[in-house]
Ligand binder design. Structure first.
Ligand code: AMP
Length: 464
């Protein structure tokens, strides 16, 4: 199958050539002919499968005829986040280099007046996050009755972010005679309900999520400390410092809160590091990504939500500060390294309570991690915690260790302390035991080999 077989126009085909693509991806091969034929499409695909081109390319073909009218955009593309919206805009520019496309972005962090001026003149493509769009609609700044093609991208993320009522409202403002393209990585019942309500006999194109990891990625697990955040952060520093040929790396955390804590900790310890999380404003996020891309900041701490769908460049290392609780996220995270036949490295910190998630990753990817490092750590009773000792600053990600960094070690130790610890230290009182949660025996599922480290009883600590 070639791009020429899909029925795209000369203008788009020439842009595809310029982009250097050899062949359409499965989602493109399935969706493009259906969109060009005017059909509704239900695309079950994740980011990274080429799905943005699967809808932007045929939309560009369609826009070659007709004209936009003032305040009445012809195409509406809804995205859950500002980054994804900005990436779709980049995609329209890239595949539309030979078109004269007018486009507006209704997303946070982008000047309202400028977008409003564009809308007044008339735009072919309007890319928006649901809240912003409704805001503009309520102010009478945009009319949705001229929409010819409506795209809902990343619908399951919209659901996670609570956007479904907004989407239902927006659908009610669109003309009934329109083409709807709907993309989602998963189909929970809420999403299925939307599909039945708003799509008309859609062509279903499904691309299975990736479950295999590239052979070019060297994958390793390492002990993640004795179960407390401080020794886990020390374990991370040790792994970063011990990594040879580290050019740039992403450190993935499961929680937004930990992104911030790990970022500040690495910074205090003299690393050149940035963070990417959902609370940053648009400009800060884009500036952060640019710095990372340009190599000014070689380490980036991120959460899955902040990183998903972003066109993050090739990295030499991926550190999993946390074992992801969804096995697919592991595949997605490590897919950032070892691209295009190059060698990549990934190191995941594992603590005793991670056994269940680790087993799920092994099951999904069909591989078994070498757990020797965890076992020897358990035998010595170190829990990698003994690791408060200094490691030579040989990593390019690490600046010379500053006086401030040393001073901040003690501050970090203070931050790790729980409320009440000071008083207890003074009075000699013992910390209360968690009586609600009985000691939990963790064990591996689906594997015969159970390292001693993972059979140690682990006390489950409640989230604060
Ligand atoms: P997406 O899933 O839309 O986020 O696309 C992921 C990446 O794949 C983007 O960097 C695109 O530039 C790239 N891409 C899209 N289609 C193709 C293709 N047919 N061949 C090679 N790369 C592609």
């Amino acid at each position: 199958m070639t791009f020429e077989d899909l029925g795209l126009t000369e203008k788009v085909l020439s842009a595809v050539k310029e982009a250097g693509y050899d062949a359409p991806t499965p989602i493109q091969a399935g969706a493009i002919p259906a969109v060009l034929a005017g059909r509704d499409v239900l695309g079950l695909a994740q980011t990274g499968t080429g799905k943005t081109a699967a809808f932007t390319m045929p939309i560009l073909c369609r826009l070659e005829t007709g004209r936009a009218r003032a305040r009445m955009p012809r195409t509406l593309i809804l995205e859950p986040t500002r980054e994804l919206a900005a990436q779709v805009a980049d995609s329209i520019r890239k595949y539309g280099v030979n078109h004269k496309i007018s486009m507006a972005l209704l997303i946070g962090g982008v000047s309202f007046d400028e977008q409003d001026k564009l809308l007044t003149r008339g735009v072919d493509v309007l890319i928006a996050t649901p809240g912003r769009l409704i805001d503009h609609f309520e102010r009478g700044r945009v009319l949705l009755s001229g929409i010819e093609v409506f795209v809902i991208d990343e619908a399951d993320r919209m659901l996670d972010m609570g956007f479904i009522p907004d989407i239902e409202r927006i659908c009610g403002l669109l003309p009934p005679r329109r083409q709807t393209l709907f993309f989602s990585a998963t189909m929970p019942p809420e999403i299925d309900r939307l599909v039945h309500k708003f799509l008309n006999a859609p062509e279903r194109v499904e691309v299975s999520p990736p479950s295999t990891t590239a052979a070019t990625v060297e994958q390793r697990i390492a002990p993640g400390g004795a179960g407390d955040p401080k020794s886990k952060r020390a374990a991370l520093r040790r792994e970063i410092d011990a990594s040879e040929n580290l050019k740039n790396a992403i450190v993935f955390c499961n929680r937004k809160r930990d992104v911030d804590i790990v970022f500040r900790s690495l910074k205090r310890h003299g690393y050149s590091v940035g963070a990417l999380h959902g609370d940053m404003d648009q400009r800060a996020r884009m500036a952060m990504l640019d710095d990372f891309r340009d190599g000014n900041v070689p380490l980036l701490v991120a959460s899955d939500v902040a990183a998903r769908g972003l066109d993050i460049p090739e990295v030499s290392h991926v550190f999993n500060y946390d074992v992801p609780s969804h096995a697919e996220d592991y595949v997605h995270r490590i897919g950032r390294t070892g691209r295009a036949g190059r060698t990549g490295h990934t190191i995941m910190l594992v603590t005793p309570s991670d056994a269940k998630w680790l087993a799920a990753i092994e099951k999904l990817t069909g591989q078994t991690f070498d757990k020797t490092a965890l076992e020897s750590d358990a035998e010595t009773g170190d829990g990698a915690a003994a690791d408060t000792k200094e490691v030579p600053a040989k990593s390019p990600a690490r600046n010379r260790r500053s006086k401030r960094g040393r001073r901040d070690d003690s501050r970090e130790a203070r931050e790790d302390r729980q409320p009440g610890d000071n008083r207890r230290a003074e009075t000699g009182e013992r910390a209360p035991r968690d009586r609600k949660t009985p000691p939990k025996q963790v064990a591996f599922r689906d594997t015969d080999y159970v390292p001693a480290f993972l059979l140690r009883p682990a006390r489950v600590k409640e989230e604060t």
